[in-house]
Design a protein around this ligand. Structure first.
Ligand code: SAM
Length: 246
């Protein structure tokens, strides 16, 4: 009898195919209130974390940028303002509901970007194409993180950079208060705003089982990136990892 390969879904161990389905259910469920929840849960701080990411990206007029797991399009919008008419920003995500919200939101703000529904593990783009690839709060939801990192590296041009913005390991003395906030407060806010506390429980659990700063740095190096470094933000609640393709 063949044994299904398993992976994490938060604290649960599930078959790999099961994870992709359950991640899709989470984002189908929260898509409509996703932006509001981001502001509430982080007290607006996700805007600063994203602004720092943009500032470190080296993206300028004329750059080609790929926003992987771009969701409702915060990074895509900021990049679109930077690259101007001579540049290119692709908003991509595996989830149709998130992408539809992102596309409508960008259109309402006057930006008609190319949009593609695709899995980060199989990107429909040529080798060596983008100056910058970003993935914000998306990597921990992916089933094969190594494959996704290799794929994002493949589509980068030599000299281009991959930026991974993700929840990470918080400074130890703050862990008890952060745990209380994550497991007692966030699911309650999620329950009130989206009527789906389970999705927000998954969010907190998925952060705990995500690789810490140094492990992720090693994974990016193994994917073929060089000069990998990371920047902790808000005591390590979030870290931005950046690496370059040689
Ligand atoms: N980047 C946006 C942001 O920072 O607000 C959205 C982040 S949201 C927490 C995570 C996103 O990852 C969801 O939109 C989800 O659909 C997407 N995602 C999960 N697995 C994916 C995969 N394998 N490939 C592409 N996107 C994926």
């Amino acid at each position: 009898m063949t044994q299904d390969k398993t992976t994490h879904f938060g604290y649960e161990t599930v078959a790999e195919q099961e994870k992709a389905r359950r991640v899709r259910d989470v984002f189908d469920s929260v898509a409509g209130r996703y932006d509001l929840m981001n502001d509430l849960m982080s007290a607006g701080m996700h805007r600063l974390w994203k602004a720092f990411t943009i500032a470190r990206s080296g993206v300028r007029e004329g750059s080609r940028v790929l926003d992987v797991a771009g969701g409702t399009g915060d990074l895509s919008l900021a990049f679109a303002k930077r690259v101007g008419k001579s540049g290119q920003v692709w908003l991509t995500d595996i989830n149709n509901a998130m992408l539809a919200h992102g596309r409508d939101r960008l259109t309402n703000k006057g930006y008609m970007l190319p949009v593609a529904q695709c899995d980060a593990e199989r990107l429909p783009f040529p080798d060596d194409w983008f100056d910058c690839v970003t993935v914000a709060f998306g990597l921990r939801n992916m089933t094969h993180k190594d494959a996704a990192l290799r794929e994002m590296t493949r589509v980068l041009r030599p000299g281009g950079c991959l930026m991974v913005l993700e929840f990470s390991q918080v400074w130890k003395p703050l862990a008890p208060i952060y745990d209380f906030y994550s497991f007692q407060v966030i699911p309650r806010i999620g329950g009130m705003v989206t009527r789906d506390p389970d999705s927000y429980r998954y969010l907190s659990e998925s952060i705990r089982v995500h690789p810490d700063q140094d492990t992720l740095k090693g994974m990016m190096e193994a994917a073929g990136l060089s000069r990998v470094e990371y920047f902790n933000m808000t005591f390590g609640v979030v870290a931005l990892h950046r690496g370059y393709k040689l």
